[in-house]
Design a protein around this ligand. Structure first.
Ligand code: APR
Length: 226
């Protein structure tokens, strides 16, 4: 069975109402990354960081998967599919994808602030100050902050190296190490990108310059009819 590897970024969830980071109305425009998404920020003002991610979690729980998420789930009828996502939402899973690797964590889970391997489901949108892990440390969102290691990157690179076909959707490729994953896909493998504003790419991609809900279903229906 052909193995299709899909790398997604914030753009795939934009039409579900979740803001991207670097578009003109992007999430980071209203926030200083250093104030909310770094270990230093957590040390300085944990309540502010907790509140920021509580708001993100609330938006995620209110959002619904869109046609791009569900088209990717349909691919599993004919192909082996691995979705590698930089997104911390759970929209791929809710659309029905069964093999999703979350490079930057997932906001519906909490994480020990002492040991990142201890993660737990969160009931509802709010993670409160005072809620502790089994080691007695404050629980934080299970997301990878700037300046933290990306534990899943090696697994993701191995998956990319084995792809028979590669699809990139909605990422500016501005953040490493995630952006470097495209370099692990062998050169002869067909590569597609769906993005209304195609970023600089290091190798030969077939460019579909459309929004995810238009471009992804179109590409997927071609692949399903092959
Ligand atoms: N459909 C497809 N792509 C879209 C759409 C859409 N409707 N709207 C915007 N895009 C594209 C933009 O053109 C851009 O290329 O999505 C991309 C969004 O880029 P970023 O905001 O930089 O998001 P992403 O690449 O996922 O960011 C990577 O940065 O802040 C961190 O940890 C965060 O995982 C995130 C990482």
């Amino acid at each position: 069975m052909k193995h299709i590897v899909v790398l997604t970024g914030a753009g795939i969830s934009a039409e579900s109402g979740l803001k991207t980071f670097r578009d003109s109305d992007g999430l980071w425009e209203g926030y200083d990354i250093e104030e909310v998404a770094t270990p230093q920020a957590w040390r300085r003002n944990p309540a502010l960081v907790q509140e920021f991610y509580n708001m993100r979690r609330k938006s995620v729980l209110e959002a619904k998967p869109n046609l791009a998420h569900s088209a990717l789930a349909e691919l599993e009828g004919k192909y082996k599919v691995t979705v590698i996502t930089q997104n911390i939402d759970d929209l791929h899973e809710r659309a029905g994808s069964t093999n999703v690797l979350h490079l930057h964590g997932i906001i519906t889970r909490s994480q020990s602030s002492l040991n990142p391997n201890l993660t737990y489901p969160i009931d509802g949108w709010e993670l409160k100050m005072g809620e502790k892990c089994e080691l007695g440390s404050q629980l934080r969102a299970h997301v990878v902050w700037f300046g933290e290691a990306v534990p899943m990157i090696e697994d993701a690179a191995l998956v990319c190296a084995k792809a028979d076909l590669f699809i990139l959707v909605g990422s500016s490729l501005a953040v490493y190490p995630a952006a470097g994953l495209v370099n692990y896909v062998p050169w002869k493998v067909p590569k597609y990108i769906v993005d209304p504003n195609i970023p600089y790419l290091p190798s030969d991609f077939i460019k579909i310059e459309e929004k995810a809900t238009i471009g992804v279903p179109k590409l997927i229906s071609e692949l399903l009819n092959e």
